[in-house]
Design a protein around this ligand. Structure first.
Ligand code: NAD
Length: 498
């Protein structure tokens, strides 16, 4: 269904002053597009082209490996304190450019400006965190149990890291990888998603301004991701791949990485269950569900994909969440008061419509939304589907959009079993006022992370990552540094003492 209500179309307007800030930032980037091949970057709220970036082929990607490898040799010899100081300088300059970064994120990705600012905070937090961790590279000492040796463990940089990021958090997904790589003493070649390369290019420019050696971080923009990974991941100078994106692409990359037995970190797709028990605080549950569903327009790997609500609280919860969704202002991310921006592309809009239609045809009740807008941008209304059948597509696939899909349940065991009935295992959410139940259910959820009575669990200090087919490895926390380190040990013989 398309709504051509002019009141709705009028909302999809950007504030011209904010567009000017974003355009000035793009101008400052001075993207020197070499060669004839370029990729255009568009504003998903209008479909308008906003910039062009180079379209590098495999030769260009290998040249980036050359540069990073050369710069990386000197970087690996720096002291932890030197690396920390450079990262602190980068963090400070990112924070000082919050405005420019946020406007750029909104213009190329679509999220509302307030959320883009929150991403700058979150993304730059990783740089500060790894500035702090750089001086704690780890290593320890232990006695062999038979007393015949002393064992010293040491950590060294894993080597050149290839980083591949998605479009949904253009800054945070980049800094979550670049900062620990640099802190550990590794050079990096990063390939941002082609829909949103500008924020990555800009943040790496800021890194150089802050004193990160010129060639240490290489940004490769290319329309041929497969050629990029085929060339770069088979280059013997590369020792690590860290990928964030879909499980399907992750599988492909793991296969290529197996040729060289590359250290691999995979942050892949999610299918998070959000469980609301009868004893939950209703307001807190609705706030949490709204945030877990609507942040980033639902385009987050930890978005609440399936909402399981216990019978006793279900009517009140559905009523309150429907009202919140219906009141959420849809519009250009640079518009005043926007709560929901556009989706990333037209395919995503078609997918939301198909999921809604399929769910309704299988018995779901459409409580609000379910409509596209008469606009050149890629908008879909905040939507709530109640009493969704477990056989509906929306209950099985990663939605990646603003649809809250509600199923009702009776017992705790039933909720846990249904939540775990997926091959994914990234995030889960539990809303209850019982401490006992919160831990009991969280322990049983087969996920890498659980939000308890809250909808935004990510934090630079936390080891983010999935189990099952949601991935391998962790990003953030002290664990995120280990992903870029080799652990070695020295066995020091002890002279027997008689
Ligand atoms: P995607 O897998 O289509 O693309 C991710 C990145 O991989 C992009 O840069 C893309 O150009 C690149 N890519 C695609 N094919 C490639 C190939 N053969 N070789 C090398 N690179 C290739 O995912 P997307 O649509 O950009 O992002 C959405 C997905 O990312 C969702 O499934 C979401 O759950 C997941 N995601 C996961 C996390 C996490 O931390 N677990 C975070 C954000 C997004």
């Amino acid at each position: 269904m398309t709504t051509s209500d002019p009141a709705l179309s009028d909302l999809i307007q950007a504030d011209p002053r904010k567009v000017a800030v974003a355009n000035e930032t793009i101008r400052l980037l001075g993207l020197s597009v070499q060669g004839e091949e370029t990729i255009s970057v568009s504003d998903p709220a209008t479909g308008r082209v906003i910039a062009h970036v180079p379209d590098l082929d495999a030769h260009g990607a290998l040249a980036a490996v050359d540069h990073a490898d050369t710069a990386g040799r000197a970087w690996a010899r720096t002291t932890p304190r030197q690396r920390a100081n450079v990262l602190f300088a980068w963090w400070e300059i990112l924070v000082a450019h919050t405005d420019e970064l946020a406007h750029l994120i909104t213009l190329e990705m679509g999220k509302p400006l307030a959320e883009a600012r929150a991403e700058v905070k979150y993304g730059s937090d990783f740089v500060r965190w790894y500035a702090e961790e750089a001086v704690r590279p780890g290593g320890n000492f232990r006695e062999a149990p038979d007393g015949g040796a002393q064992i010293l463990t040491r950590r060294s940089p894993v080597g050149l890291a290839v980083l591949i990021t998605p479009w949904n958090f253009p800054l945070a997904m980049a800094t979550r990888k670049i900062a620990p790589a640099l802190a550990a003493g590794c050079p990096a070649v990063i390939k941002p998603a082609i829909l949103t390369p500008l924020t990555t290019i800009y943040s790496v420019e800021l890194a150089r301004t802050a004193g990160v050696p010129d060639d240490l971080i290489q940004v490769v923009t290319t329309s041929d991701a497969a050629a990029f990974s085929a060339a770069v991941l088979r280059d013997s100078r590369v020792r690590k791949v860290s990928f964030t994106g879909s499980t399907q692409v992750g599988r492909t990359l793991l296969k290529i990485a197996s040729d060289q037995i590359l250290r691999s970190s995979m942050e892949l797709g999610g299918n998070a269950a959000l469980i609301v028990f009868d004893d939950a605080d209703l307001e807190r549950a609705v706030d949490g569900a709204f945030a877990a569903k609507m942040r980033n327009g639902g385009q987050s790997c930890i978005a609440a994909n399936r909402m399981y609500v216990q019978d006793g609280i279900a009517d009140a919860f559905v009523e309150a969440l429907s009202e919140r969704l219906a009141a959420a202002r849809v519009g250009h991310g640079l518009g005043d008061g926007t709560v929901l921006g556009p989706l990333i592309d037209i395919r995503a809009v078609a997918q939301m419509q198909a999921l809604t239609d399929d769910a309704v045809s299988k018995g779901a009740t459409l409580r609000t939304g379910g409509a596209t807008y008469d606009s050149d941008g890629y908008f879909f209304a905040p939507t709530l589907l109640d009493e969704v059948s477990a056989t509906a597509d929306v209950a099985k696939v990663e939605i990646f959009g603003p649809i809250a899909a509600i199923q009702r349940f009776v017992t705790e065991d039933e909720a846990v079993a249904r939540a775990n009935a997926t091959e994914f295992g990234l995030a889960g959410y539990v809303f209850t006022d019982s401490l006992d139940r919160a831990f009991n259910v969280a322990d049983k959820l087969e996920t890498g992370l659980v939000g308890i009575n809250q909808g935004v669990p990510s934090n630079a200090a936390a080891p983010f990552g999935g189990v099952k087919q949601s991935g391998l490895g962790r990003e953030g926390g002290a664990e995120g540094l280990e992903e870029y380190q080799n652990i070695r040990f020295y066995n020091i013989a002890r002279r027997p003492t008689h």
